[in-house]
Each structure stands twice: as structure tokens, then as C-alpha cells.
Design a protein around this ligand. Structure first.
Ligand code: NCD
Length: 309
């Protein structure tokens, strides 16, 4: 298995063995995600280019680099980059690759990270490209399932709820879950169904699949309830957003008949799809999930930069 100098653009580029290898490494690094003490990236610089807002992804990548003894450079908005002066993405990448040992990029345009990887001589990690992919989020999602569920991922009943059309986290997650043959339920309003290309891919790979507009159809049997935010910023027309905003909302009460060990995940930020009353239930795992972003990103960064843990 070779990870050194590899770009991380889509979960589709990885085998199950490779994903499991990354998750195992994250497991070994997790103690250091809290207290640091490693110097695997000592003397190394990682650039994070965020052309779109981010809290967790940006800060957990930053934390991961620093816990590994490296340093970061970068910007966290389009306005603070030279793009506002008219610089092309390809020029930006050509410059940054000469400053840094790896590049993390988040961009509003689908395909931007792939394009950057074709130009860059240092590894590029996709931290979200428009409605496209978000591979490190998927790795931390899988890590959460592995750690917080009582069954192997392949035996889980996973319900994914919300904006399946524009949500990049669920696109990446669906591809990866097809490798584990978990059984999937997709819950969304008709306008926000999972893209047909992904549905066809899953069917071709023998994934057991249910699509429904009703969350009540899945609550009782789910082992994992993966909630998502309706991606307001991706709607071409705000009135279309208003039609589906608030389609799903779970509260502590909604959860009365769910399995005892069902866990609730969310890539965050949440808007109103998970009521705060859920936070103190035995099902909530979204804050824990956000923490797992640190060991996962430590694993990914050290691997692509060729550092043995
Ligand atoms: C997600 C994203 O940016 O795609 N957030 C994240 O990375 N944790 C989900 C979202 O914005 O809804």
C-alpha cells in the first residue's frame, strides 16, 4: 500500500484495505490527538487554502498538523486570497506548492481539488469541493462508526437524512460504504435525492438500498442516523431552498422508539435538523465525531507525507 505523495481527492480512489489501514493508523494516533508529543511533521509546512467557510475541517487539520509537530500557512476565505485580484486557481497552486509540503484545499467549485492535484507536485487533500466530495470527512465518519457502534460497519443499517443532492459528505460516504456492503436508507425530499449516478454505482456494487421521503420509515431499524444540513448556499434559487428548509428535525421525543444503541451523527454545522434536546441523549455522537477529525487527519497527513507512525 503506497500513500506517500498521494493526493486525497475522492473516496472512490481508495480500496477498503486502504481505508481500513488509515483508520487503524488513526487509532494508534488518537492518544496524541489530545496531548501532542509527536514530531513526525517537524520542519514541515502544510498549506490550507480555504476558499469557502469552515470551522471543524480547517481547525482540525490545523490541530492535526500541530499535534504532529508541523506548522501551517494559509488563508480562510476567498476575500483574503489573491483570487479577488483575478488570480487563477492554477497559478495559486503553482506558487503554494513551492512553499509547502502538502496542500489542503476547500473550494466552492466541484472538481477544483482534482484540478489542483493535476498541477501540484506536493500532495493535495480535498477538504470539500462544491457539492462533490469530502473524503477526510468520510474517513472520520467511518472511524466514528467503527468506534461507537457495537457491530462491524458492514452489518450496520445506516440511514442518511437530509440534503443528499448537494451534500458532499454524503456523496463521499455513500461510495465508501459500498465497499463495506452496509445496508443504506436515503431519506430526502424528492428535490434533494441522491444523484442518480451514485444510486447506479451503489446498485452496481450490490448495496442494499432504500429511498424514502419519510424519516419515520427508517427510525426504528437504524443503527446509525446520519443527519445533514440542507445546503442553502448550493441552491440556484433561494425560493427552492425555502420549499425544503426544515424538512427534517429530530428532537429527544422523536427518538422514543429507536434502538437503544442507535447513534446519531452529523458532519456539522447543524441548523435546525437536530434539536439541542438530543445532545444529552445516549444517542448523540456528533461532538465526538468532530473530535475524531483530528486523529484521522493526523493519519492522512503523516501517510501522504511519507512519515511512519
Ligand atoms: C460539511 C461540509 O463542509 O461539507 N461540514 C464539514 O466539513 N464538517 C457539511 C456542511 O457544511 O453541511
Amino acid at each position: 500500500m503506497i500513500f506517500e505523495r498521494r493526493h486525497i481527492i475522492s473516496t472512490k480512489d481508495f480500496s477498503r484495505e486502504e481505508i481500513d489501514f488509515i483508520l487503524d493508523r488513526a487509532g494508534r494516533l488518537e492518544p496524541y490527538a489530545r496531548r501532542g508529543g509527536l514530531d513526525l511533521l517537524k520542519g514541515h509546512i502544510v498549506a490550507s487554502l480555504f476558499f469557502e467557510p469552515s470551522t471543524r475541517t480547517k481547525l482540525s487539520f490545523d490541530t492535526a498538523v500541530k499535534r504532529l509537530g508541523g506548522t501551517t500557512i494559509g488563508f480562510d476565505s476567498l476575500e483574503s486570497s489573491s483570487v479577488v485580484k483575478g488570480e487563477t486557481l492554477s497559478d495559486t497552486i503553482k506558487i503554494i506548492e513551492s512553499y509547502a509540503d502538502a496542500i489542503i484545499i476547500r473550494h466552492p467549485r466541484e472538481g477544483a481539488a482534482r484540478m489542483a492535484s493535476e498541477i501540484s507536485g506536493v500532495p493535495v487533500i480535498n477538504a470539500g469541493d462544491g457539492a462533490g466530495h469530502h473524503p477526510t470527512q468520510t474517513l472520520l465518519d467511518l472511524y466514528t462508526m467503527r468506534k461507537e457502534c457495537k457491530k462491524p460497519i458492514g452489518d450496520l443499517n445506516i440511514a442518511i437524512v437530509g440534503d443528499l443532492r448537494y451534500g458532499r459528505t454524503v456523496h463521499s460516504l455513500a461510495y465508501a460504504l459500498s465497499l463495506y456492503k452496509a445496508s443504506l436508507s436515503f431519506v430526502s425530499p424528492d428535490q434533494l435525492r441522491m444523484p442518480e449516478s451514485i444510486i447506479n454505482y451503489l446498485k452496481k456494487h450490490g448495496v442494499e438500498l432504500l429511498e424514502t421521503p419519510s424519516i419515520d420509515d427508517v427510525l426504528k431499524d437504524a443503527d446509525v442516523l446520519y443527519m445533514t444540513r440542507i445546503q442553502k448556499e448550493r441552491f440556484p434559487d433561494p425560493s427552492e431552498y425555502l420549499k425544503v428548509a426544515g424538512s427534517y428535525r429530530i428532537t429527544a421525543e422523536t427518538l422514543e422508539n429507536v434502538k437503544n444503541d442507535m447513534i446519531i451523527m452529523h458532519p456539522l454545522p447543524r441548523v435546525n435538523e437536530i434539536d439541542p434536546s438530543v445532545d444529552s441523549t445516549i444517542h448523540a455522537r456528533y461532538f465526538q465525531q468532530a473530535f475524531y477529525g483530528v486523529p484521522i487527519r493526523m493519519a492522512v497527513l503523516s501517510l501522504v507525507m511519507g512519515k511512519e507512525a
